[in-house]
Design a protein. Structure first.
Length: 463
């Protein structure tokens, strides 16, 4: 009976736990609070969380360590060697008054010794080995900083693309929903007129309306897909979780009336501010320093050297004679001026040639950038002008198409116009309005590209 009771209690406990779990699962999840971000805020968040900038910062730290290493060669280098081990016994009587030459080795007469040897090398003049490597490392830091700026500009460019792509997709969704609403009302009116026996409507008109509604639904799904992809890309770029409730601070895709600078001014800005130019300039100076550092290997290193050597062993007499050096029991110290010269056959020349080849390669890159970066700026500038003019043209076209659609729908409602007028008007309206918003999108992207080409996104790093 007790066993049955225990089993019942266990079963009831499991049922209660399952019921609690089911109730918890049945509770609706609380939606995440909305995160409202403007374009500027999206850019700042993307720059803050971008892994590329973390990599670039690590490159700067690595280049800084190279500079610290180059500077450290200016300071003394100390070498310490400590030894301990067996040594044979030695007495002063073995060499005084005469040197005995018949003393045999006996393992039983071994003793222990310990010694310390310290050498100090202080470089005095290296013909540029240290100073030129320091110059190269300093310019290398600036190269990596410029690369970080370039990566930041690319991130800003991508955020603009995703942000305005999201707004464009939402405009397309709204446009398709508007067209669908007009088609639904037109079909209801067509069915009503057909039931009334109106001669202005037939079954074919209903088929056409249904077919057009199917096409609109297809475009709606495509627009929703584009919106979802753009939203996911924007969240990923900012490091937000996929389920974050992101709300854009800008609701509509609109064009701004900012004055467009002249092409000449933009090109000059690009030449002065583009990080690629700074990378090349600093890189050329770094390569020049590396060439000089490689050439310095043709010459010796002048240094000041110091030596301190101490050794002690039991059962060995100290010999105070400058002509006799006992490696197991002595005290030696001294300072000397020295030169160290490494002579090779072709190795140094090959290193100089390699550094000069890298310099020439970078010089060719500079010539390429001087030609193609202004060309890139001109392309983005022309894209911006074209998009602005297209926006003005398509705006007038879609507004007239809107009036055409309203008139066609009104005539159809009164039984004064055929259904095909609605189709033609809606096709023109949807086409012109979508082109209008695409023109605004192209304008925004062209402006972002022009900012990138002239290093304008740098302002986001400075804030």
């Amino acid at each position: 009976m007790k066993a049955v009771l225990c089993i019942c209690i266990t079963v009831w406990s499991l049922i209660a736990v399952a019921g609690i779990s089911s109730a918890a699962d049945a509770e609706p999840k609380v939606p995440a609070p909305p995160v409202v971000l403007t374009l500027e805020e999206c850019i700042h968040l993307a720059l803050k969380t971008a892994p590329e900038l973390g990599e670039a910062e690590s490159d700067i730290a690595f280049a800084t360590s190279r500079l610290a290493e180059a500077k450290s060669y200016r300071f003394p280098q100390i070498s310490l060697t400590v030894l301990a081990g067996p040594a044979p016994t030695a007495l002063q009587s073995d060499i005084s008054p005469v040197v005995k030459t018949d003393i045999t080795f006996n393992i039983n007469s071994l003793t222990w010794f310990t010694s310390s040897d310290i050498t100090i090398i202080q470089p005095l003049y290296t013909f540029g080995k240290i100073s030129e490597n320091m110059k190269a490392a300093t310019h290398g830091i600036e190269v990596d900083r410029s690369r970080k700026q370039q990566k930041a500009n690319e991130i800003v460019q991508k955020v603009n693309e995703y942000y305005y792509g999201l707004l464009l997709a939402r405009e397309m969704v709204e446009l398709v929903l508007e067209v669908e609403e007009i088609l639904i009302k037109a079909r209801e009116k067509a069915r009503k007129l057909l039931d009334m026996g109106s001669a202005s409507v037939d079954e074919v008109d209903l088929y056409k309306l249904d077919a057009f509604s199917g096409i609109a639904t297809k475009y709606l799904e495509e627009a929703k897909k584009g919106e979802a992809l753009a939203l996911a890309a924007l969240k990923a770029r900012m490091g937000l979780p996929a389920d974050a409730n992101l709300v854009t601070g800008t609701e509509r895709l609109v064009i701004d009336d900012a004055e467009i600078p002249s092409l000449e001014n933009l090109v000059e800005q690009g030449k002065l501010r583009r990080p690629e130019f700074k990378q090349i300039s600093e890189g050329l100076m770094a390569r020049t320093a590396l060439i000089e550092a490689a050439k310095a290997n043709y010459y010796p290193d002048i240094f000041l050297g110091g030596l301190f050597s101490w050794a002690y062993a039991d059962d060995r007499d100290r010999i105070n004679n400058p002509y006799i050096n006992d490696p197991f029991k002595h005290l030696i110290a001294g300072v000397a001026l020295g030169a160290r010269w490494k002579i090779d056959f072709g190795i140094t020349g090959s290193k100089v040639a390699a550094e000069r080849a890298q310099y020439n390669r970078l010089q060719s890159t500079k010539e390429y950038a001087a030609i193609n970066i202004p060309l890139q700026i001109k392309k983005y500038y022309l894209d911006l002008i074209e998009a602005r003019n297209s926006t003005v043209a398509t705006r007038g076209a879609y507004l007239n198409a809107k009036k055409w659609t309203v008139t066609a729908v009104a005539n159809f409602d009164f039984g004064m116009g055929p259904a095909k007028d609605i189709f033609e008007a809606l096709q023109a309206y949807s086409s012109m309005r979508s082109d209008y918003f695409k023109s605004i999108y192209n304008y925004r992207i062209a402006a972002a590209n022009l900012d990138y080409a002239t290093n304008e996104p740098l302002r986001h790093l400075e804030k």
